[in-house]
Design a binder for this molecule. Structure first.
Ligand code: GUN
Length: 300
């Protein structure tokens, strides 16, 4: 069997088109959706991610404002900036690119963001709302994976989904989205992590396997049930002297081997990555909409 490729780029483009329409409607009612992006230090991967996100903003008509700050800045200075952005009515979404330098406690910084501007969906209020099934800003990668599965006509309801990885950014929100009642959820969820004994026993039971462990090629063909759907969340840089930049991006899944076992698989690049960015745009348009809606005060 050769797996169907789940095209994240095409799906993300479709979502970006929808967001473009929402932005035009907001513009017509006098709102210019705006994302404040905060980048601390000069980590090359973070710089690339932020550049990508701002490019997506440009493409859908969202205004983006970049706050570039030195890697040795203090936590209190960063908290001050967040306070300013919280009270700036022209800013609808705040994105603090992670990871932050070690002198800064990222939990503290995330907690400072007004939850209605937390377009990353990392604030404890949004995580808590997600867990109990209230409207929230969902973390972009897990929300993007649900959209990707739905738009690829992959049934989620009643399926056994195995999530590999328990990070706050992917694994934990992913499992909480999947167990909710309703469309695009209602799954039976197993979460495996570095403390899991005999992980392959679980991964082989997955109808849908979501790999978010941050280890290149971690999922091998023998870990996948024939006919499963495999979603690869990994974005790992591996050295490659023949590549233009000296490295290439590979996922957490051994793509070449797993594609012969799975029914469908998302590639890296071109799978989950573009969906994360598209969902960030979606959340920013939603934040701008909430800022203008009366119901906002009831929601949060
Ligand atoms: N670092 C890795 N992924 C993400 C993300 O989705 N959002 C932010 N802000 N930082 C990240």
């Amino acid at each position: 069997m050769t797996a169907r490729i789940i095209d994240g780029k095409a799906t993300a483009d479709a979502i970006l088109n929808e967001v473009r329409g929402r932005v035009l409607e907001l513009n017509a009612s006098g709102t210019e959706p705006t994302l404040a992006a905060v980048l601390v230090g000069d980590d090359p991967a973070s710089m690339a991610y932020v550049k990508n996100k701002r490019r997506a903003c440009d493409s859908v008509g969202i205004r983006s404002v970049l706050h570039r700050l030195p890697g040795d800045m203090s936590q209190s200075a960063l908290l001050e900036l967040i306070t300013e952005l919280n009270s700036d009515q022209s800013v609808h979404g705040i994105l603090v690119q992670l990871p932050l330098p070690e002198q800064i406690n990222s939990h503290r910084v995330i907690e400072e963001i007004n939850p209605v501007k937390d377009v990353d969906g990392f604030h404890p209020v949004n995580i808590g709302r997600l867990v109990i099934g209230l409207d929230s800003f969902s973390s972009c990668t897990p929300a993007g994976i649900i959209e990707l599965l739905l738009r690829a006509d992959v049934r989620i309801e009643g399926q056994h989904v195995v999530v590999l990885g328990r990070s706050n950014i992917v694994g934990k929100p992913m499992m909480n989205l999947l167990v909710q009642k309703g469309r695009g959820a209602n799954a039976t969820v197993t979460v495996c992590h570095s403390g899991t004994r005999d992980l392959a026993t679980f991964s082989r039971q997955a109808d849908i396997l979501i790999a978010a462990v941050g280890r290149p090629g971690f999922v091998t063909a023998d870990m996948v049930k024939p006919g499963a759907v495999v979603i690869d969340v990994g974005i790992n840089r591996v050295d490659d002297a023949s590549a233009r930049r000296g490295y290439r991006l590979v996922g957490d899944v051994d793509f070449d081997a797993v594609k012969d076992v799975a029914a469908a698989i998302s590639p890296v690049p071109g799978g989950v990555g573009p969906m994360t960015v598209a969902m960030l745009m979606w959340n920013t348009a939603k934040a701008a909409q909430y800022a203008t809606a009366e119901e906002n005060s009831r929601l949060y």
